[in-house]
Design a protein around this ligand. Sequence first.
Ligand SMILES: [Mn+2]
Length: 358
Amino acid sequence: MMHMTLRWFGSKHDTVTLEQIKQIPGVEGVITTLYDIPAGEVWPRERIKALKDEVEAAGLKVLGIESVNIHDDIKIGNENRDKWIDNYIATLEALGEEGITTVCYNFMPVFDWTRTDLAKVRPDGSTVLAYDQKIVDTIDPKAFFDQTNASSQGFEMPGWEPERLAKVKDLFDAYKDVTEEKLFDNLVYFLKRIQPTCEKYDIKMAIHPDDPAWPVFGLPRIITRLDRIQKLMKAVDAPFNGVTFCAGSYGTNPNNDLPGMIRALKGRVHFAHIRNLHHFEDGVFEEAAHLSSDGSFDLYEIVKALYDIGFEGPARPDHGRMIWGEVAMPGYGLYDRALGSQYILGLYEAITKADRSR
Ligand SMILES: [Mn+2]
């Protein structure tokens, strides 16, 4: 059975409370993180325990971490990487000791996700995150970073932490010689080093795709298509090495057959981000409501594919529209994600009951 969750940034950072999440039918837990710990630092076990206690006191479970971020030195593959990997292993051990076994991460250089508009107004007055490649092509990365943070309504967004801003130029220099092949090799090196720890604690590593699923600002991107992921699954061929199947990120490329990808990754999908988006011309899209008819994806086929491969991990609705006057971190309000969770659970119930083979 799939387990429905909501992403939650912690009581100091999120406008949504655990009490509100608990009132959404069928939501069993949260996907959370220690938002204030910089990439690379060890997560103290007592902080993890306190987070878990807080979530459990609200009647929910911590069903996964999104994310334990990877230090840039690991992605760049420089002489400091082993020190940061040792730290990463110490964090995994602490999570494992606390029984938290699903860990989402990404391997994108410099920028996490990228959008050109965080509040595009749709005809119904809702606002959504949107992307236009033409804008990215004409702006320099530092100006882009400033613009993104200026439009976040004061919310600190994952991957866009202000302290990274000062380092954008240095980071671009540091990645100058990192080709796609090098980045891939550095990812494999990282996975091989954490493998024994993951296997000891049965931790499932779930790599998040690059968003959008093509190179931006001339930086290499490697988790974009099925053949690339399959190459990674083969390079470290063990069940701990799996994916976060993020429909919205892979789906930025209309050539990605989302249900087909899920089926091909049977056994390696550890976490699912389920959402919809609306494509315009090439490289231009906006996020949509979860409902199939509101966007370009067939959500029924996506949930059906997850059901058919026997997916039993956590799933969550992804970025929602901002509706009903809510003010929250772009993409992470309560209302539209709650609607999305109910729609996905409805699809899942119908698919389960229609399957007379089980
Ligand atoms: Mn995602």
